[in-house]
Design a binder for this molecule. Structure first.
Ligand SMILES: Nc1ncnc2c1ncn2[C@@H]1O[C@H](COP(=O)(O)OP(=O)(O)OP(=O)(O)O)[C@@H](O)[C@H]1O
Length: 464
């Protein structure tokens, strides 16, 4: 029994209900439990349950004579008292340990997430006393894992049903933890908090070697393997940090081994187009429609060549470009929707067909695409392409319609993004819902072009 109690006490991964108002664990009860423990020890000695102890106190033992009824009574009282005192201590420990329960109960109190009604009582001298009683309390459950705290607020059709979906910020400040993601269902609103606060990383910590393969790190808590999440969508308005994010990614893709083979599409001839002045990028930057289609066509041809050369018999079963040490090929397509609107339908269709082929077939051959756009528009980026984007980010302040378009979900409570480079991210296989993040920090004096030139000089032979 004690073991099962211990197990129950230690098991944080079960859902626990928040009690409101909380039961006070007063000092009287604490003193009483000490008294019970002392009494238990005394009775243990008297009832001969600890022979070694009775051996040490022969005077007490011999001076009292018991008949069997008294002995039985003592054993019964002993059993009950030891059970009660252990319970009291476990509850005491539990009440001090569960700061989550305490903080959530405090939140219920401060936000008045309960309903009260007046009841009338008649006293002995026939006086009518009106007293307030709590008749309904918002139902909150929580559970803990090593990394997360889950808080579930039940939606029972009462006045708390709507409230349940709006408590993200209050929960964040009550628990002092960062909201990682939310999950809204008809029956409950679930908030998932990360115990270890996520950290913005530095640009130079983005590539990590993990178990022989390279990981791209986005924040302290978020990282992914390119070979598993090949295609990306980055959405953000002017000044949201899109360019810094993609330039940071470019620098780090050039640090991969073998070094990534990058192709840049910048129809607005903005920052990215300047890379054409960097040695090695001359033929890999496109700004005009015909160049853009050429780069896309050449990338598709390279992909087909890789399939013909490396994946043309059963020995390639289950293998990817990494098994043949091929460099990853990444097309970075900036201002995608602006391009689609600025060219005639035939060119737009040709470009879209190439993009579609890459997103459908590119993963195994290591041919990938990153699409950047200002606004997420279902018309500009067809659903069949969007659905293949395993890495999605929405940067900067955006309305929920914008976020919903990127992440295909409308059950998330998004907080206002004020930080430059802040936004929401969802990576397939890593997140089940978008989470807040900040792009790797880049110093304002950082010289991208010089850094990229340096990295290109170190370039190994790249397959063409
Ligand atoms: N990761 C970052 N680290 C440091 N500062 C950043 C970061 N991201 C953005 N900023 C700041 O925000 C400013 C705007 O970022 P950026 O130029 O990337 O926006 P943008 O979305 O590309 O806008 P536009 O489309 O107008 O180019 C930068 O000049 C920089 O000061």
């Amino acid at each position: 029994m004690i073991f099962s109690m211990l197990k129950k006490f230690n098991n944080n991964s079960e859902w626990k209900e928040i009690k409101y108002p909380q039961r006070k664990f007063g000092s009287l009860k604490y003193l009483l439990s000490i008294f019970i423990i002392l009494l238990t020890i005394f009775l243990l000695i008297l009832s001969n349950a600890i022979p070694s102890l009775t051996f040490n106190i022969p005077v007490i033992h011999r001076s009292i004579s018991f008949n069997w009824v008294i002995n039985l009574l003592i054993v019964a009282i002993w059993g009950i008292t030891i059970y009660k005192s252990v319970l009291v201590y476990f509850n005491l420990l539990k009440s001090t340990k569960s700061w989550i329960a305490n903080n959530l109960a405090y939140m219920i109190g401060t936000l008045k997430l309960f309903d009260e009604e007046y009841f009338e009582n008649i006293t002995n001298d026939n006086k009518v006393i009106r007293e307030k009683r709590i008749i309904r309390v918002i139902r909150i459950y929580y559970k803990e894992t090593e990394k997360y705290v889950f808080v579930r607020i039940m939606r029972d059709g009462d006045r708390f049903t709507n409230e349940a979906t709006k408590l993200g910020e209050n929960l964040e400040s009550s628990l002092g933890m960062e909201l990682e993601s939310t999950n809204m269902t008809v029956n409950y609103a679930e908030y998932i908090f990360i115990k270890r606060k996520d950290e913005r990383i530095d640009l130079n910590s983005m590539v990590n070697k993990v178990n022989g393969s390279e990981e791209i790190k986005i924040t302290g808590n978020i990282s992914y393997e390119l070979s598993k999440v090949p295609h990306s969508l980055i959405v953000g308005g002017t000044g949201s940090g899109k360019s810094f994010f993609i330039l940071g990614k470019i620098v780090n893709y050039l640090k991969l081994s073998p070094q990534a083979d990058l192709r840049i599409i910048d129809p607005k001839k903005a920052d990215l187009s300047l890379l054409r002045f960097v040695t090695g990028f001359e033929n890999k930057v496109a700004t005009e429609a015909n160049q853009i289609c050429r780069i896309l066509r050449e990338t598709v041809e390279l992909m087909e060549r890789r399939y013909a050369d490396y994946f043309n018999d059963v020995s390639a079963f289950g293998k990817t470009y990494r098994d043949f040490n091929l460099p990853v090929v990444i097309v970075i397509f900036d201002e995608f929707s602006a391009f689609m609107h600025s060219v005639d339908k035939k060119v737009a269709k040709e470009a879209l067909d190439y993009v579609f082929t890459i997103v459908m077939k590119g993963r195994q051959a290591g041919v990938m695409i990153e699409i950047l756009m200002q606004r997420p528009s279902a018309d500009d980026l067809p659903t069949n392409i969007r659905a293949q984007m395993g890495f999605k980010t929405g940067l900067g302040a955006m309305d929920s319609i914008g976020y919903n378009m990127i992440f295909d979900t409308n059950s998330i409570e998004y907080k206002t993004v004020t930080e430059k480079g802040g936004g929401y991210i969802q990576i397939d296989g890593k997140h089940t819902a978008p989470v807040y993040f900040e792009t790797p920090y880049i110093d304002k004096d950082y010289d991208f072009i010089t850094e990229i030139e340096k990295l290109m000089k170190n370039q190994e032979t790249i397959e063409l």
